[in-house]
Design a protein around this ligand. Structure first.
Ligand SMILES: Cc1cc2nc3c(=O)[nH]c(=O)nc-3n(C[C@H](O)[C@H](O)[C@H](O)COP(=O)(O)OP(=O)(O)OC[C@H]3O[C@@H](n4cnc5c(N)ncnc54)[C@H](O)[C@@H]3O)c2cc1C
Length: 484
């Protein structure tokens, strides 16, 4: 595959021209605000992964220019792609528009074709995960997005109608924001979902699949992987490729899920219609897909099963885990199994109390368990009950009205929004639609909050369009005629 840098230069020129044709970015329109003499940000976005970048880009293009995204990760290492994502390629088809926000020149396809040509595009099967990261790095650069890396938001507190954000890392201290977007990724508001039987087990014997794992150290070891999703396969394959002696997939289900249901019915109807459905329908869709489960990609599963020392144990629920001197004893429904190390590919949780930075607001966040769910909707699934009960633009709602009104200024633009909003704030296919919905909500709310200033601007605006010499007042003539 021959690479040409000139193609990218030309693409960037074309993108600049398209933006100019569309008068983008729109002129900056939000009045400046200060708090105790310090400038206030109109919007702060926590996280500069794909969702954070799309959110910042959409806001900036819409003339909300006083915006910044903070990411704890170093530049180029945001999100899972080159850190804990252990697959070889994306699951998604290469042609998805992703965060392109309706701009053809911003798509992965345009970026790829500009550098490697149309034949290479035709020949490409799936997007390599590192290449997806390279694309996101370019996306940020070409749109000149305001992102500050190596900055962790450690605490969010409501103060005098604003949100005070404590920062640590490359920038420390407190910044104030009028609106806050949580683009914090898969773990959303919670953290890792870890089965109870691992509590109390020394961390030297186990990791979560999204942890940093030293696979070299697992050479020659017997590894158990809990789960049968994409991450289970990716971690199993990585362990096998790094010389693990044996890898067992411990799968509670009797059969592997084989059909990717939600992807199967993907359409613009789902993207734009799901969030407007009645709550019982939303519940039904998410409950059904949670019960049928998403299968791991075929290629990821083959990447595991081609190793002779890989085994798939189905109908194998773990009842308890016993820590031994040099490993773990898993007491399963199929009997006792012994391992040197375990990787829990058990996903993430929406439990708001799992993230220290949100501890000050977590108790006030209304979830579906707080009255939005009723038993007639279907199974009382814990992960769904914990989902935040969001407003139409991803904004949080209060559990008890009046206790934390500023929650309405905090937007949950991450995976935890799925039950209320559909899959528009986590996966690649519909992230642009999500960013659009989010930006419209923020724009409307900033405009409404500043309405007096906008009205004052309307009154103060005094640049005449007519100079006064374009016409003659004929009323005196009319008076004369009437007098005759
Ligand atoms: C292993 C894996 C593979 C996936 N593969 C696909 C796929 O093939 N196709 C698809 O459509 N989707 C896929 N997804 C789902 C989804 O596209 C990704 O999770 C994607 O990264 C979501 O983007 P995001 O911006 O929401 O979150 P992330 O990319 O995770 O970004 C969140 C960012 O927030 C930052 N952050 C969090 N808290 C703080 C804080 N307090 N202060 C500062 N920064 C903070 C983190 O450092 C991180 O960079 C995959 C997910 C995973 C985990």
């Amino acid at each position: 595959m021959t690479h040409t840098a000139d193609g990218l230069v030309a693409l960037e020129a074309q993108l600049r021209q398209d933006l100019e044709y569309l008068e983008l970015p729109a002129k900056s329109w939000v009045p400046e605000h200060q708090y105790k003499g310090v400038p206030v940000r109109d919007v702060v976005v926590i996280g500069a992964g794909m969702c954070g970048l799309a959110a910042v880009a959409k806001l900036q293009l819409s003339g909300v220019s006083n915006v910044v995204a903070y990411d704890a990760a170093p530049a180029g290492l945001e999100g899972p792609w080159v850190t804990f994502a252990r697959m070889e390629t994306l699951r998604s088809p290469k042609s998805l528009h992703g965060p392109a926000l309706g701009l053809p020149q911003l798509t992965f396809r345009a970026w790829f074709t500009a550098q490697w040509g149309s034949d290479a595009w035709q020949a490409l099967d799936k997007i390599a995960k590192d290449q997806w990261m390279d694309y996101l790095v370019w996306y940020r650069k070409v749109l000149n997005l305001p992102v500050q890396n190596n900055v962790r938001v450690t605490r969010v507190t409501p103060v005098d109608g604003l949100l005070a954000l404590e920062l640590s890392g490359a920038q420390s201290g407190v910044v104030y924001a009028r609106r806050l977007v949580l683009a914090t990724g898969r773990s959303g508001l919670g953290g890792f979902a870890v089965p109870d039987f691992l509590s109390g087990i020394d961390r030297k014997f186990w990791a979560h699949s999204a942890d940093e794992i030293d696979f070299d150290a697992l050479q020659g070891k017997r590894i158990a992987i809990l789960g049968a999703g994409a991450s289970a396969m990716d971690n199993a394959a990585t362990a096998l490729e790094n010389g693990a002696a044996a890898v067992d997939l411990i799968i509670r289900r009797k059969a592997m899920p084989r059909i990717n249901k939600m992807t199967g019915i993907g359409s613009q109807g789902v993207v734009h219609g799901m969030h407007l459905l009645a709550d019982d329908w939303k519940w039904k869709f998410v409950d059904y897909t949670a019960s049928t489960q998403t299968p791991p990609p075929r290629s990821s599963t083959l990447r595991v099963s081609r190793h002779e020392n890989a085994r798939f144990f189905l109908d194998c629920g773990v009842n308890s885990v016993k820590q031994q001197e040099n490993g773990l004893q898993l007491n399963t429904t199929q009997g006792a199994l012994y391992y040197d190390y375990l990787i829990a590919a058990t996903g993430f949780t929406n439990n708001f109390h799992g993230r220290p930075e949100f501890a000050a607001i977590a108790p006030y966040i209304r979830s579906w368990a707080d009255g939005r769910y009723n038993s007639e909707m279907g199974n009382a699934r814990q992960s769904m009950l914990e989902a935040p009960d969001l407003g139409p633009s991803f904004e949080f709602r209060e559990r008890t009205p009046g206790e934390c009104p500023l929650l309405a200024h905090i937007y949950c633009f991450n995976d935890a929004a799925m039950l209320t909003h559909g899959k528009v704030s986590g996966d690649i296919p519909a992230v642009s639609a999500g960013a659009d919905r989010l930006a419209r909500g923020i724009i409307a709310s900033l405009f409404a909050e500043d309405v007096e200033q906008h009205y004052a601007s309307l009154q103060a605006f005094d640049i005449p369009e007519l100079q006064g010499d374009e016409w003659v007042d004929s009323t005196p003539l009319l008076k004369q005629e009437n007098a005759l």
